[in-house]
Design a protein around this ligand. Sequence first.
Ligand code: NOJ
Length: 847
Amino acid sequence: MHPVDAMRVPLPSRIRLLAFPLLLCIAGCGGGGSTLPPPPPGFTLTASPNSVLVAQTQTSMAVTVTVTPSNGFTGSVNVSLSGLPASVSSSPASPFSVSADSSQQVTFTVGPAVPRANYAVNFSGTSGSASSSTGLTLTVSGTPLTSATGNFKQQVIYQIVTDRFFDGDITNDNPAISPGLYDSTHTNFQAYWGGDFAGIQQQMAYLAGMGVTAIWISPPVDNIDKSTAAAGSPPSAPYHGYWAHDMMCLEEHFGNASNPCDWTAFDNMVAAAHQNGIRVVVDFAANDSNPDNAGEFGVLLSMGQPFASFQNDAPAPGNFFHHNPDITDFNDPYQLQYYTLEDLADLNQDNASVDQYLKGALLQFMNHGVDAFRLDAVKDVTWGWEYSLANVAFTAGATFLYGEWDQGGTSDPLYPDSHKFANHSGIPLLDFPLANAFRDVFGSPNGGDFHEIDDTLTTEASDFLAPNDLVTFFDSHDLPRLLSVYNNQNRVNEALALLLACRGIPVVLYGDEQYLHNDTNNGSVNGGDPYNRIWMSSFNAQSTAYLLINLMANLRQTNAALAYGTSMQRWINSDVYILERQFNSDIVLIAVNKSETTSYSIGGLFTSLPASTYPDYLNGLMGGFSIAVTNGNPNNNPVTNFNLPIHTVAVWQFASAATAPQVGSIGPLLGQPGITATIAGQGFGSSAGKIMFGATAATTNTWSDTTVTFTVPPAAPGTYEVQLVASSGSNANTVPFTVLTGPLIPVTFTVNNVPALAAGSAVYLTGNVVELGSGVVTTDAAIGPLLQPPNANPPTSWFIDASAPAGVTIQFQFAIIASDGTVTMEPGAAHTYTVPNSGVGAISVDW
Ligand code: NOJ
């Protein structure tokens, strides 16, 4: 039906409507007959605007409350306000009076601890027997941010594919400099659909009301301007952002249509996010530029000027790119780092210009207020070089990095390389093993066993230095959405609840809170890329998932067990998982029954929750209920038996003010003297104490009860158990931090004439600096294994890219480590090399 038709009254009814007053008139409109009493005086109350967004500790712009009289109403109206959460006040205070035909400006002031959420505020006006009411949505967002942080553990990240989220600026839908790549019908999944930075900014209240505290946006850099599809075919465009052609500027479809190097729209979005306590994470792809076989054939610009040409790369100036075939063996470290990923022109990070370009691009984002980076395809970029990339970021200021190391699970052949990389580079990873376990458990209609999640948590807890820094997810822009795998909204809710309670920093993929999915088969799976990058067609702030994310994100702010706690399985079978998180006396216990058919009686459950009765923190949103805990052994109190019905999630929690300093986080995990690092936790007190590296005190820059930032002191390089001492003299628990020798430079180390290797043996590099393992020759401490290209000639040469301290003269040596751990050191004295002060280095020696 046309919308206007919907307003029209059908003809026979119209006749009836006209006939009704006519009949009344026949009865009573004639002179001398009785008249109807006039309608009583009344009024209508309105409030404008009907939604306001106010950050914690801020005051809103004025809301105008107006009284519009009818039927001769004069007098004044008594207006009372309801629905305001505690610690939000209004000015004027409720009740207040407004005269007929006039307005009153009302502002709200929000206190610091008000939960981030949408509140339905009601104005109700009365005057004598007349009344009218109206309402508005008050969204309380987080405290405005003034600085970045090395501690991301309290964040909940919302992942946005910018092009698919919200069109806030139609002038950049089809830019003249890259025309024809836009599809307003949203049917060509490979075209731009209109989402942009302004769109994200305009949805800030939706994001803030959901409680998320960070947004990870798809790569915002300027992408190629040409379709990669064959002439005459529908366009194939880089709407996803992974086909950069100028990393120093921004995509014109997302910002300024005619000037990719104009940062205004991006800066405005970042400012709006920060104003509402939301951090911005940029997806940064250092592996490649764009397709080498279509479109712009890999060409890369720098602020609009030619920078690198894939097709004219060699011989001079040369080597901006690797020119190798596509990766076929994703378990071969050489192929991964030096071959081509999905036909994308593979950058050579060891070229000094490329090194400087990539680091410059990342620093430019930091200068524009970006808080953190998701590093694309870290498994495919030169591993050793990435240490220096992280070091450049950490040297520039407080930030958080996490890398995409795509893998199946903890038995993946390169799983050991993944935790070695994370632990030594200071770059935590997206937790693919846990994501795959979640997908198996929740995406299988009848199968799926919680032991898979539990085993993954246990294994990773012993392999990763900072499991709470792993970035967790179950849906992503690269995987079919869980709803495409198994179309069951209960399971999405259950998976979200557990993800948000689990250790690690959770990521929610945009649209999951709206249960969006498109199950079109992409040739291999239903709902796979690009059908998982759907249009955000709904912004319902009342969906169960939206409300659930809100509650759990707020819990992450108020109960330190989620950000910093340990994980302990308290009850498990294939359908039920009861997980406890604990940080000192802060406890969160979550119970999930994912079964479609079976309720379970839960007996023999113990918890660290102190004896008491605990209501469901989710207020029954997913069928939860109270439990009773009685006294037992310390940290092992019995829970009175209960029944856990199908598709139930319950959360019980206890948090108390810390009476002693408790450290939950240090970030980054390593860095040279002079960089800023962050220690977070609780109970630090409000006056500054000390941060000790052995006997050396760090200079503290800021000190609050929960967060300390400090400058890494000039302590001797090595790993320290860092000690926070409160001003009261109380010592906190210690946390490990590795003091590097200096800022890092990528160096290619080559060794020739290496003896033939026995099967299972590999060559490693060691050196007298902490960056090269301090001379400890184990597979974990030493750098390696070294690599060689297939059919290497001579086959006795091996190389590795490692990051070494700038300007330092180092001693280094190679070793062969056999599969049983036996070490054969390179004979003779160690080699000496002075690492350059800047740029990149290379050194080749004989065994
Ligand atoms: C992984 C990203 O997540 C994916 O979407 C992208 O296509 C590849 N890296 C290449 O950049």
